[in-house]
Ligand binder design. Sequence first.
Ligand SMILES: Nc1nc2c(c(=O)[nH]1)N[C@H]1C(S)=C(S)[C@@H](COP(=O)(O)O)O[C@H]1N2
Ligand SMILES: [Mo]
Length: 204
Amino acid sequence: MPGPTRGFLGRRRSAGDPRLPPGQYDAGSDWPVLTAEPTPRITPETWSITVDGAVENPTTWTWDEAHALPGAEYNGDIHCVTTWSKFDTHFAGVSVDSLLEIAKPKPEGRFVMETAKTGYTTNLPISDVTGGKAWLVWEFDGKPLAVEHGGPVRMLVPHLYFWKSTKWISRITVLERDQPGFWEQNGYHDRGDPWKQQRYQGDA
Ligand SMILES: Nc1nc2c(c(=O)[nH]1)N[C@H]1C(S)=C(S)[C@@H](COP(=O)(O)O)O[C@H]1N2
Ligand SMILES: [Mo]
């Protein structure tokens, strides 16, 4: 029989654990909420995702259309720049690759801007959202994603600090030139790799 899970025992990963990036702590079963703007009210009926900008085929998917794409899951860890990490999360949704396969980024489209329905933005090299590294997710632990965590649908880019994972995602714009998003304009690092501790501008 499998033993009790780590969450029930409250046994947390500590400094030096190979899965804990430098300067992070294990939040255990907690999942802090970090939101800069008022929490919006979006329903599956009013939600949609648009991929536009430097693409051959700008496309918008409704909830039903997005759910008709091949399903994809992420099982793994997430890391917030405010130093909490959360291990063994389970998210379900669709890979950003599936959207880009249809929208077809032009070769000169080397960056993306994620935009929330609320106006929150964050920028990334396109290589950080392709190749099975980024998802639109609508389920956490088998249940609909809670509104305070970005439900009905958020972006998930778990190999970077969690501010790159836009809650209430509504648009992914492919860009020829990099532009800073909300936190990047306010001093956060352009890329945000937790393993390199890229927290603020000027970090390596
Ligand atoms: N729309 C939106 N998305 C957002 C944020 C935000 O303020 N607004 N905060 C970011 C930051 S800094 C973090 S750490 C995570 C927090 O997600 P959570 O509240 O589900 O933990 O969402 C990211 N995405
Ligand atoms: Mo964050």
